[in-house]
Design a protein around this ligand. Structure first.
Ligand SMILES: [Zn+2]
Length: 570
């Protein structure tokens, strides 16, 4: 328990949930919830945790003693799949999810276009984000609707999942999206029977066809986006976060520069893991850059704060845009184009496997977006073949999202020791769409108890801004397992609260191979902590499910320093 560093801060007088059973421990956290512990912090690290009198005895003259007054301390939340830069940029776009229906959304756009017209001298686009599930009609706006309301300003609407976009005719013209234009990587330009673009673009990078025409993202705009994201994450209790698609905006170097600048200015206090989208950086038949190659792009003065994590790939699309790839047809296939009745893969399976193999051989931990059962199956099959020809102990290869994990796929994931990095809050926002599109296949969407009992390794994350993203909301969602209407996806049991906490802390750190830095409250690890208004493990899951838990983030500490809220009273 003791250390030679004199503590500069001691927290006592409230439950300290250490989650200290080792990074993969699955014992319940309840037993560790006790008001009798205290934690001492020095030089940004946890120097001692133990019985309160023993820890208080370490205090010297310069030690600040903070009585938690019953508030609880847990390890800082780790959101190891998020998109901070996109979140910050999205904060500058028009938010159409506030509209009740498509008509109201179009009126919002008309207002934004009027503003854009009046700003002289700059070429203005109207960018907005929308989510059909927020609207009465639950559909995408069409190019024609956009043209009628805004014919003379380019309009680009980003779908809230990040997997679709809709443009008006002027935006298509500015971007040179014509009948002849081929699809760029990561984007499928939808066309009507005559080959004319419909205005809809789908894929993992749906804004790609517009990238060259959009006003350039200046270094200042990127920096500002990172700053906004850092503050929002801190308010939610997040002390470590991953950018799950470095290079997704087109240029990993300028994205890293924006993060580095904000880190150095103290505007982005979180520890950042970057997950490069290697499909942008190498052709399918080329060896991709290695982790060291990407690490060399991180400015040297922030290498203790920005680390290179897994390589990111895409196996398929999203359920909310209907291009997650399923083994059997979507339940609502009758209302979809026949070639999309099962969704579609992001790459031909052979090409995906070739990319994964080369990345594995280059030393990468793999993280593959796979949502539909067919998308997950080709990912796990590729992992199995790659690991059997080129075994690697403790590989921790990941499946991101892992939504339609049918029983055979669950068995395969456990057997391959694959980590599922999932987003409980997706269900809160889009669960009704899953019920309409998957039918009874929703029984295999996030059955937490069954997964954990089967031995699946799970980490929670948010994918923010594609969900609102607060970890406490993610815990609520795991107990609720229902969409906005309240219809449940299935009747399977949820996790216990201790497991849900671990999935946001120690298990998430493990999934990012960063368990040696933080994720538990043990001496030697970084003092990345969250102070909560109540001990989460004493609150019944029904209260969490109904959002009546009353738990709030009071303060967030990174390296022992408050980056949100206050610790103690001054
Ligand atoms: Zn993502």
């Amino acid at each position: 328990m003791t250390s030679t560093t004199a503590p500069d801060l001691i927290l006592h007088g409230g439950p300290i949930l250490t989650l200290d059973g080792g990074p993969l421990d699955v014992t319940r956290a309840e037993s560790e919830s006790t008001g009798d512990l205290a934690v001492a912090i020095g030089e940004g690290r946890i120097v001692a945790v133990g019985a309160t009198p023993d820890v208080l005895a370490l205090a010297s003259q310069g030690t600040r003693l903070v009585d938690l007054d019953g508030a609880a301390v847990v390890p800082g939340f780790q959101d190891q799949h998020a998109h901070p830069l996109v979140e910050g940029l999205q904060a500058g776009w028009l938010d159409l999810t506030r509209a009740p229906d498509v008509r109201a959304a179009l009126r919002f756009l008309a207002g934004a276009a009027a503003e854009a017209r009046s700003s002289v001298g700059v070429e203005r686009w109207v960018e907005a984000w929308y989510h059909p599930s927020a609207w009465r009609e639950a559909r995408h706006p069409t190019r024609d609707e956009l043209d009628r309301i805004v014919p003379d300003v380019p309009v680009l609407l980003h779908h809230g999942s990040g997997h679709a976009a809709v443009a008006n005719s002027l935006a298509l013209a500015y971007a040179g999206i014509t009948t002849e234009r081929p699809d760029p990587p990561g984007a499928t330009i939808e066309r009507d029977a005559s080959g004319e673009p419909t205005g809809m673009v789908m894929g993992s990078d749906p804004a790609a066809p517009f990238a060259a025409a959009l006003p350039p993202l200046t270094p200042e705009a990127l920096r500002d986006a990172v700053r906004q994201a850092g503050a929002r994450l801190a308010a939610a209790g997040v002390t470590a976060v991953a950018d799950a698609h470095l290079g997704g905006l087109g240029d990993p170097v300028s994205e890293l520069a924006a993060y580095a600048g904000a880190v150095l200015d103290g505007d982005f206090p979180q520890r950042l893991t970057v997950m490069p989208g290697l499909a942008h950086l190498a052709a399918v038949d080329e060896d991709p850059p290695t982790p060291d190659d990407i690490g060399a792009l991180v400015p040297p003065d922030v290498r203790d704060r920005i680390r290179v994590g897994p390589a990111k790939f895409f196996s398929d699309g999203a359920l909310s845009t209907g291009d997650a790839w399923l083994r059997e047809a979507y339940t609502d296939a009758a209302s979809r184009p026949p070639e999309l009745s099962r969704g579609r893969p992001a790459h031909e399976p052979e090409a995906l496997e070739e990319r994964l193999r080369r990345a594995h051989l280059a030393g990468w931990q793999l993280a593959t977006h796979a949502i539909g059962d067919a998308g997950i199956e080709v990912t796990l099959d590729a992992y199995r073949r790659i690991l059997s020809t080129s075994p690697r102990a403790d590989h921790r290869h990941r499946v991101e999202h892992a939504m339609v994990l049918e029983p055979d796929l669950l068995r395969a994931a456990v057997q391959l020791e694959v980590v599922a990095v999932i987003q409980p809050e997706f269900v809160t926002g889009t669960g009704d769409v899953y019920l309409d599109r998957l039918g009874e296949r929703t029984r295999d969407v996030y059955p937490y108890r069954r997964w954990l009992d089967a031995g699946l390794r799970v980490a929670f994350s948010s994918d923010r801004p594609f969900a609102r993203g607060a970890p406490l909301d993610g815990i609520r969602a795991a107990f609720r397992i229902a969409g906005p209407s309240g219809r449940r996806l299935h009747a399977e049991a949820g996790p216990d609260v201790g497991e849900a906490l671990r999935a946001w802390t120690s298990w998430a750190a493990w999934a990012a191979r960063d368990e040696g830095h933080a994720g538990r409250i043990v001496p030697g690890l970084a003092a990345d902590l969250v102070v909560l208004s109540a001990d989460p493990t004493t609150i019944a899951s029904e209260l969490w499910a109904g959002g009546r838990d009353g738990v709030e983030v009071l303060a967030t500490l990174v390296r022992g320093r408050a980056v949100h809220g206050e610790v103690g009273h001054g």
